[in-house]
Ligand binder design. Structure first.
Ligand code: FAD
Length: 385
């Protein structure tokens, strides 16, 4: 813990998952008294449904790529030292269809131009890179800096770090926030010098209780918010790195299984069925694609869950103070596993009096006062997230 002379004495963090736990740890280890208030979401939080791919792979515009690259490097520089939370496995993407080849060529060239690590491979290299993969390979590229995180372990790590530095955790729902603290649904008041709202998909609703607009896209069947994520039982056939193909994304899971995504299936993903009422045809399609892409894993039991992405109204992170007096703050973002730990550090520095990180210019939550933004598009193609 460091000794602190400026900044708020007591901060309430609303939400205790990926972003909230990271903010709590960043503040508490800087000497701030922190109370984390989190009520589990009955529909499942975003962190539990995350694919956990640490990357800056398809991030437009360049200023957003800069943030994600910083998030990725924070994993290499800081979190790689924490047992079990991150593995720098690298990522191999294989394009076979005309559409995928065309978009992937363009994307790879852009990433090379940005100085992002891109390894050029021949299709014949695939058997060595990912043994057992049975896909049409016309364009193969590797992304050696990318890796996988275990989101729940990250939350456990940050929560333990915060508590060890004196933070308090409260299992309760916040009814409303205001400039002097929060009120819980049972009427209890927790006074604070500042509040940080890290409530995921509920962030907009929570800040609205203070008359502040930080819109998050509402979940609707098949929209940008909605996505399936499958987890397999352990199998000796599991891939050892992130693998993206035309129709299925695969990554290893601690314990010997895999997480799978098939973005093309997300079109009928229904928020009213979250988190586990998944149509049988979707589970069957995951099983069929797995058997096709990785035949040695055919028949491996898998469970699919429905996830809701946290998407600010214009698709971009909203990090910093919301009100004029800097009493109510937010950290709300998609790609929050890649970005959350790094953004939490920047937010804590700013709360303690440092000038805002110039890389976050344009990502202030206050921008929503001036603009309605443009609706983000749903991730449907390989390389999306
Ligand atoms: C299908 C899917 C795939 C993804 N893949 C990736 C990926 O590969 N890489 C990546 O970097 N990111 C990925 N993401 C995004 C990432 O998982 C999220 O951005 C991140 O987990 C968001 O964390 P959070 O803490 O902000 O929100 P959440 O995990 O949703 O947590 C918010 C918490 O706040 C609580 N809360 C809400 N309202 C209140 C209240 N009033 N009072 C008390 N508590 C409250 C909720 O119950 C919850 O516990 C993916 C997300 C999804 C859904």
């Amino acid at each position: 813990m460091t000794t602190r002379t400026t900044g708020p004495g007591h901060v309430v963090v609303v939400g205790g998952r990926m972003t909230g736990s990271a903010v709590a740890a960043s503040l508490a280890t800087r000497g701030v008294a922190v109370t984390v208030v989190d009520a589990p979401d009955p529909l499942g939080d975003a962190t539990a449904a995350s694919y956990g791919w640490i990357n800056s792979h398809k991030k437009h515009p360049e200023s957003y790529h800069v943030l994600n690259s910083a998030g990725l490097e924070h994993f290499h520089g800081v979190l790689a030292g924490v047992p079990g939370v991150f593995r720098a496995t690298g990522h191999v993407e294989i394009a076979g269809t005309d559409e995928h080849v065309a978009s992937f060529e363009q994307r790879s060239r852009r990433l090379q131009g940005l100085g992002y690590g891109v390894d050029e491979h021949e299709p014949a290299d695939l058997a060595r890179l990912v043994p057992g993969l049975a896909v049409r390979a016309r364009l193969v590229r590797g992304f050696p800096r990318e890796g996988i995180a275990a989101p729940d372990r990250l939350v456990a790590h940050f929560t333990a770090t915060a508590v060890a530095a004196g933070a308090r955790t409260v299992g309760a729902r916040v009814d409303r926030v205001h400039r002097d603290g929060v009120v819980l649904t049972d009427g209890t008041t927790i006074a604070a010098d500042a509040v940080v709202v890290c409530a995921g998909v509920a962030t907009g609703a929570v800040t609205a209780t203070a008359g502040l607009e930080v819109p998050t896209v509402a979940a609707e069947t098949g929209n940008v918010v909605m996505g399936y994520m499958a987890t397999t039982a352990p199998t000796p056939a599991a891939v050892d790195r992130i693998v993206t193909t035309d129709g299925l994304n695969l990554r290893p899971e601690p314990g010997g299984g895999m997480r799978l995504q098939a973005l093309g299936l997300d079109g009928d993903c229904d928020p009213d069925r979250a988190p586990f009422d998944v149509p049988a045809h979707v589970t069957d399609a995951f099983s069929e694609r797995l058997a096709e892409v990785l035949p040695a894993a055919a028949g491996t039991p898998l469970q699919v869950r429905i996830g809701r992405r946290v998407i600010p109204g214009d698709g971009f992170p909203a990090v910093g103070p919301v009100d004029d007096d800097a009493r109510i703050w937010t950290l709300v973002t998609h790609s929050g596993v890649t970005l959350g730990p790094w953004l939490a550090e920047r937010l804590a520095e700013e709360m303690l009096g440092a000038p805002p990180d110039p890389r976050l210019a344009g990502y202030s939550p206050r921008r929503f006062r001036a603009s309605t933004g443009e609706a983000p598009a749903a991730p449907r193609a390989p390389g999306d997230q």
